[in-house]
Ligand binder design. Structure first.
Ligand SMILES: Nc1ncnc2c1ncn2[C@@H]1O[C@@H]2COP(=O)(O)O[C@H]2[C@H]1O
Length: 807
């Protein structure tokens, strides 16, 4: 039994040793936690040495305990030097040095090492000669550098560094008082306890009474008994001086720390006060004063600063752009202009965008004014007003819409605003100055063309409208451009599914065909007044909603929503379809994505390719980066992701990583090589000296059964085109790879719809952990698939089916 225990301990300690990191990151949790332990030991020594030397707390009874604490802290000091400090990696010429020999050498070179060594000086051996005097442990105080290091590191990593700073200052203050209390008691003992009014009278707990005396002196509260002799006068003078200078300095430090923490709020109050005083001085109308206050208040509530742009100014340009893109990404991806244009344009523009807030009813621009800026709606709604009296809403623009561009584009006769634009509620807009817009557009003719085309359409629309209005002398309400009331929107769940199925698939084609003509159709199936799609079908049978998709090409999906109201199937069905995939069955939607073997979209133009790829890449990277182990292993790849953001909301993009993250990098590499190989097989490239071919050392064969058939969109003509082509191909490869269901892991399962039997279905639900609710069995599905059978069986007498246009 004892032997077993011994073996177990041996194994455990071996495992611990093996799992201990070779080198330590100075900012890592392990290292900082260790610093905390060493700091506690240092604080113990710093406190106990004087306490025990002066007060009578070190008695023969307490000595064994005190000595155990002492030697425990000494052991921690030794471990700190031998195990931890020698492993701390350091920066050399911009690189982390992680070689153990080098980190050790680096530590030995530092003053900290000498101090650490001195702190372990065994002066306490003098115990043997002079007895147990705690003052012999004084060298332990030299470990103070670790105490400072701990607080500096905490300052760098803590979420609220103010708390850390205040704690450090408090420790200093308490220690000063502690020293003063020890000094006072030592004086009292020397002069004789209770020998006069000034000294400690020997009543109560000595340490507490002396601390009280020291606190009163240090904080200059006064009312201490008058010193009786020169020594006492000197002691008091010194104590007060310490109180006045050091203590006051420390208290000032705390005030500064708190002031820094609340700096923004203070600034906001200052601006608000100044503004209110100024407006009163100018005697501005009450309403205007109210609006100014509202603006300041709202801006502060949203940004928690009134100087947003200044905060970023201290960053290097690239980092500033990355931060700006990340913050504004969700809005910018919705801007049509940016969707079709080069990504570089977005990066060029994003720093020039200035956020502004408009209050409800504010006029953003007025018809006839000279155009100097254009706007992008970030949040809120703005209305473009027209008509003879400017009271007709021509359009309501929402997030991602661009306006105010017509008068900036230099279209002959159009350098003035063509309409009034006003804010409907609170609107957050980005403003882009004319010069900045032109700086960017000069290099991006595509974007220029898009803007001009849009401008011309709007000008024509406005002209037509005006002609019509003047002809009939009637006000004409125009439709909003963000919401078309004549078309019922495609339900959210269907939209999600349609976005993930391949555009060439049967299902997508069917929906696309009906896009322009067919209205949304929800009808009573028993009346035969609708045409359900054979591929994607939503149905409601006796209060249960189903969404089914089943083709070899599209994959298999069957969603069941049993909790619908049984009263009105039609309403229930609409409700069901308006839920998001997340509401219904995320696992089942993932299952569908698993089974889509082709690229989610086939780009038709080069810019579309790039746009799609970039979005896809981001999503893939985001997924990758969400994996803990990947973050650890390839932190560098994360740095390469300045544009990483959330996938555009509502894009329905739910890419699944086709491989375990551990293999991710190597997997990507193989795919990149495949793409290169494919490209290099082009005749005209072989003749030209293609450098990338030389790099294909590691190139391997495509994984058998991967079905990977990359098609080059064009034949590169020269080397530079070849290179850019490679880049595109690499991206395509990543995308392609990531959409491959069968690349996922080695055991490639049969498509579920091949067998179409319930045993397949149940095994699939086991494999993907799909809940019964979400996954309709195949046999049941069959019943639905055969509509006439369904009707005959009486199963669907009140069934409603749904068909939608694809918007
Ligand atoms: N009919 C319209 N629909 C939507 N936006 C419009 C319409 N007419 C004008 N605008 C926008 O309103 C802006 C007013 O300033 P600009 O003329 O510079 O640019 C104009 C367009 O961006």
């Amino acid at each position: 039994m004892e032997e077993d225990k011994g073996i177990w301990y041996c194994r455990m300690s071996k495992q611990l040793l093996l799992s201990f990191p070779r080198v330590l990151d100075p900012q890592s949790k392990v290292y900082i936690s260790w610093l905390l332990i060493v700091t506690l030991c240092f604080v113990y020594n710093a406190w106990s040495i004087f306490l025990r030397a002066v007060f009578q707390y070190q008695t023969p009874e307490s000595l064994p305990y005190l000595l155990s604490f002492d030697y425990f802290s000494d052991a921690i000091y030794i471990i700190d030097m031998v195990v931890f400090k020698v492993r701390v990696k350091y920066l050399h010429e911009g690189f982390w040095v992680e070689d153990l020999a080098a980190t050790r050498k680096n530590y030995f070179k530092k003053t900290m090492f000498k101090m650490d060594l001195l702190s372990l000086f065994p002066l306490d051996l003098l115990y043997l000669v002079y007895g147990f005097n705690a003052l012999f442990r004084f060298p332990r105080m030299l470990k103070v550098q670790t105490f400072w290091e701990f607080f500096n590191r905490m300052d760098a990593v803590a979420k609220s560094p103010y708390v850390v700073r205040i704690l450090r200052t408090l420790i200093y203050m308490m220690y000063l008082i502690h020293l003063n209390a020890c000094g006072y008691y030592a004086m009292s003992v020397w002069e004789g306890i209770g020998s006069n009014d000034w000294v400690f009278q020997g009543e109560g707990n000595a340490y507490i009474r002396c601390m009280y005396f020291a606190t009163k002196t240090a904080t200059s509260i006064g009312k201490n008994p008058k010193p009786k002799n020169e020594y006492e006068y000197i002691f008091m003078t010194f104590s007060w001086l310490t109180g006045v200078f050091i203590f006051a300095f420390l208290i000032g430090q705390i005030r500064d720390i708190v002031a820094t923490a609340t700096q923004n709020t203070t600034q906001y109050h200052q601006v608000m006060d100044q503004m209110v005083r100024y407006m009163r001085h100018l005697n501005l109308p009450e309403n205007l004063q109210y609006r100014v206050r509202l603006w300041l208040n709202h801006t502060w509530e949203q940004q928690k600063t009134l100087h947003e742009s200044k905060i970023l100014d201290s960053l290097p340009m690239k980092m500033k752009t990355d931060v700006a893109i990340n913050v504004h990404y969700n809005t910018l991806v919705k801007v049509q202009l940016f969707k079709n244009c080069d990504k570089a344009l977005l990066r060029d523009l994003v720093l020039k965008l200035r956020p502004v807030l408009f209050l409800p009813g504010d006029n953003i621009c007025r018809k006839g004014e000279l155009g100097k800026e254009m706007y992008i709606v970030n949040k809120g709604l703005v209305q473009v007003m027209g008509g003879e009296e400017g009271d007709v809403v021509l359009a309501t623009l929402s997030e991602g819409s661009v306006f105010g561009e017509i008068s900036l584009l230099g279209i002959p006769g159009c350098n003035r605003r063509t309409a009034d634009v006003r804010s409907k509620g609170f609107s957050n807009l980005f403003v882009l100055g004319k010069a900045d817009l032109w700086d960017a557009l000069e290099h991006y003719p595509d974007a220029q063309a898009i803007l001009k085309k849009k401008a011309q359409t709007l000008i024509k629309q406005n002209e037509d409208r005006e002609k019509l209005a003047s002809g009939s002398r009637k006000k004409i309400e125009a439709e909003t451009i963000i919401r078309d009331p004549s078309r019922t929107p495609t339900p959210r769940l269907l939209k999600t599914v349609l976005e993930v199925v391949h555009p060439n698939s049967m299902c997508a084609q069917l929906f696309n065909k009906k896009r322009s003509s067919a209205p949304v159709l929800i009808g009573d199936r028993s009346q035969n007044n609708l045409l359900p799609s054979p591929r994607l079908r939503a149905s409601s049978v006796s209060g249960v909603g189903y969404l089914s998709l089943n083709t070899k090409q599209d994959g298999f999906l069957n969603l069941k929503m049993p909790s619908l109201s049984q009263k009105d199937d039609k309403v229930s069905l609409e409700n069901f379809l308006n839920k998001t995939s997340e509401d219904i069955a995320p696992k089942a939607i993932k299952e569908l994505l698993h089974r889509v073997p082709t690229l989610p979209h086939k780009p038709s133009t080069q810019s579309e390719v790039i746009r799609n790829l970039e979005t896809e890449e981001k999503v893939i990277w985001e997924r990758l980066c969400s994996h803990e182990d990947l973050i650890k292993s390839s932190a560098a790849s994360l740095d390469e992701l300045p544009m990483m953001g959330k996938p555009p909301t509502g894009s329905g993009l739910e890419l699944q990583l086709p491989y375990k993250p551990a293999e991710a990098n190597s997997c990507l590499k193989t795919e990149e090589k495949l793409a290169r190989e494919e490209m290099c097989s082009h005749g005209n490239l072989i003749t030209s000296p293609v450098t990338p071919v030389d790099e294909l050392v590691l190139m391997g064969k495509p994984p058998t059964g991967s079905g990977l058939k990359l098609q080059l969109p064009y034949k590169p003509a020269d080397q530079s085109e070849a290179n850019s082509c490679l880049k595109t191909e690499e991206k395509l490869a990543r995308e392609e790879m990531c959409s491959h269901g069968n690349l996922i892991t080695s055991p490639v399962d049969e498509p579920l719809n091949n067998g179409c039997n319930s045993s397949n279905a149940s095994s699939a639900s086991e494999q993907y952990n799909i809940e019964e609710e979400d996954f309709l069995s195949f046999s049941e599905y069959h019943k639905y698939k055969q509509l006439p059978q369904l009707q005959q069986s009486g199963f669907c007498s009140t069934g409603y089916f749904f068909e939608s246009e694809f918007k």
